[in-house]
Design a protein. Sequence first.
Length: 309
Amino acid sequence: MAKHETGKLPQSIDETMAMLEAQNYLAGTQLATVLFLALKMKRPLFLEGEAGVGKTEIAKVLARSLDRPLIRLQCYEGLDVSSAVYEWNYPAQMLEIRLSEAAGTVDRQRIEGDIFSERFLIRRPVLQAISAGVGRAPVFLIDELDRTDEAFEAFLLEVLSDFQVTIPELGTIKADEPPIVIITTNRTREIHDALKRRCLYHWVDYPKAAQELEIIRRKVPGCSATLSREVVAYVQRLRAIDLFKNPGVAETIDWATALTELDRLALDPETIADTLGTLLKYQDDIARIEGAEGRKLLAEVKAELLAQG
């Protein structure tokens, strides 16, 4: 496999896979391909998938691999321009006005020019992302976009089109070099097609058993081989049943870590019941797996792994 030099954009799909693997992120060919193309074409990458499958981690891995700052806009209901783009430091402005008045300054235009200058501007993630110089464009993570409303989504569409923001008092600030944009969504609502058209798209799915086993081997090196296999097989089976919230890769890692800290070498019903809170996050799911269904699941896992040898 090709090698990737830290700080430089990958020049091939193989080099993109090597870049991710160097940061212990195991990606398939499809993800490596769309990521390589997003970097090459300078297009935002729109990542969709269930919570906990590693969408956010891709942005973190990119920032480390490319030696770029990571700027994260964590989306939530009610997110507005003042929280996402910029706002003025009103307390400092009021103090400046009072100091100017105390000094006898009466020129209103001069005072206004002073208080609406860069030193009173608070740059929020969007403005930070487009303000970096050439060669240091950050990785801009817009996380969980589906949590915002359509009005903010429409504003973001404008930003992603031109990578510029207009501040009435200062004028238009345009990126010297567009940031590397990663957008994630858990698909709690549909994102408008107009925004998706500006992006390359990839659905991030749960990993297959072999891939998840390798993730555990890398992320939880103290976990025994037997326990790792049982944990992965158990989680894979859990995802096949009708739970309110399936465990993601992050929960698999947490569970394997917890079991290792408890010095467990293999799964048993009591251990599973005692540690389900690290794997499942809803009481109805926990209550269901604590009972006969969970024991049946474990028996099937043991039989399956025994048959594999």
